[in-house]
Design a binder for this molecule. Structure first.
Ligand SMILES: Cc1ncc(COP(=O)(O)O)c(C=O)c1O
Length: 388
């Protein structure tokens, strides 16, 4: 059996919940949509929530709701999934990258302020920052709020890795500290709907717009329908089909109920990794800032390949043969051909991401990983120096 870096966990309760939805009269936009949105609002403490078909759709709609155009410059981190930067480009805006902090692997607040100052000096403006709570480690949100107020920015929390993380002891931090929060419920995330996502916000205007854009911008106004007919609808701008199905929402509701338990198990695995790896000279374990309670979507372990006698490529190959499927999160965005060709990023400003990429491997962490499997992973990592 392969041990993957991450994996979904589906119980009988989840299956029953989906079956019930599939047997209902409305498998697309049934009653579970609203129920899931209400459950999300309650758990994550936002006033509004809109479920959508993916985390990418959530980010795209965030940019649309903030009316980004080619006049806007939006900052994100190079250490993220492509969707974070793509959402900027979909809107026609210009992406800028700010390097990661060496300890938290999230956007470096000081370097972000340097970038903001540089823009201001040239009478240019950065409109928004998409900050990513990488691997489950929250950003320095108080620092980001300080910069938001000083430079009048919009803040988006790409929270796809950190559903169930706590910031300053609260699960409800994300909507509190940002204008828009985006989630992904892709299968390897802390809870899943297969594919799926949502947008959380405390801003009614933003939510109304997102609800409209999610379904082709169709407006069915009861008043207008009473004069024109019940079939009547209007469209006032370009929209999308970014709807989540009813049975995915049913799955989301039952998965969300188990999120806290899932995280407890993942934290236990992380603790075992920390204990075994933190004093090994060629390993760097993830540090957790005081303000953060990590949810370990990923366990990014850094290996000082310059200090051992095996390459990353060979390590992946040998581990694969041993049944351990490692991953890398991520190849920094600016190293990809498309972005390199179309945008001129200054690589001298992005050195932490390059160093991190050289070292990082994502090792297995998921709810159904047995203690024997955790031990197997640990023993193999401790033997790295003797692998051939
Ligand atoms: C940080 C981050 N942002 C956005 C996304 C996009 O989510 P999805 O795959 O649901 O479109 C992901 C998913 O992998 C992600 O990890």
């Amino acid at each position: 059996m392969k041990i993957n870096y991450g994996k979904h966990s589906i119980g009988n309760d989840d299956i029953q919940s989906v079956i019930k939805s599939l047997k209902s009269n409305n498998i697309t936009q049934g009653e579970n949509i609203l129920k899931f949105e209400n459950a999300l609002k309650k758990f994550f403490g936002s006033k509004y929530s809109t479920v959508v078909s993916s985390g990418t759709a959530a980010l795209h709609l965030a940019g649309r709701a903030l009316n980004w155009t080619k006049k806007d410059t939006i900052v994100t981190t190079p250490l993220t999934f492509l969707a974070s930067i793509n959402s900027i480009i979909y809107s026609g805006a210009k992406p800028e990258l700010v390097d990661i902090d060496k300890k938290t692997y999230t956007i470096d607040i000081n370097k972000l302020e340097d970038k903001l100052k540089k823009f201001k000096k040239k009478n240019k403006k950065i409109s928004a920052v998409i900050a990513v709570d990488y691997a489950g480690h929250t950003c320095d949100w108080r620092g980001l709020i300080y910069l938001k107020n000083k430079y009048s920015l919009k803040l988006i929390n790409d929270n796809c890795h950190a559903m169930g993380s706590k910031y300053l002891n609260s699960y409800k931090y994300a909507a509190k500290y940002s204008d828009i929060v985006t989630h992904s419920y892709h299968a390897v995330k802390n809870f899943t709907t297969g594919e799926g996502g949502s947008i959380l916000t405390n801003d009614k205007k933003i939510n109304d717009r997102i609800q409209k854009l999610r379904s082709h911008s169709i407006i069915r106004d009861k008043k207008i329908q009473s004069s024109r007919g019940n079939w009547f609808y209007e469209v006032d701008e370009l929209g999308y089909n970014y709807r989540l199905t009813d049975f995915q929402s049913a799955l989301g509701i039952s998965q969300l109920k188990k999120l806290k338990k899932t995280i407890l198990v993942k934290k236990k695995i992380a603790k075992a990794y920390d204990k075994n790896f933190q004093n090994v000279e060629y390993l760097i374990t993830p540090q957790v800032s005081k303000y953060c309670d990590h949810s370990y979507h990923l366990y990014p372990l850094q290996i000082r390949f310059d200090k051992i006698n095996i390459s990353k490529k060979k390590l992946f190959k040998i581990f694969y043969k041993k049944g351990i499927n490692l991953q890398v999160h991520y190849i920094p965005i600016f190293l990809q051909k498309f972005y390199r060709k179309n945008y001129k990023f200054n690589l001298d400003e992005l050195k932490n991401s390059i160093d991190f990429y050289k070292n990082e491997i994502s090792i297995p962490i998921y709810k159904e990983l047995t203690s024997n499997q955790v031990e197997y992973v640990i023993n193999n990592i401790l033997k790295i120096n003797n692998l051939r």
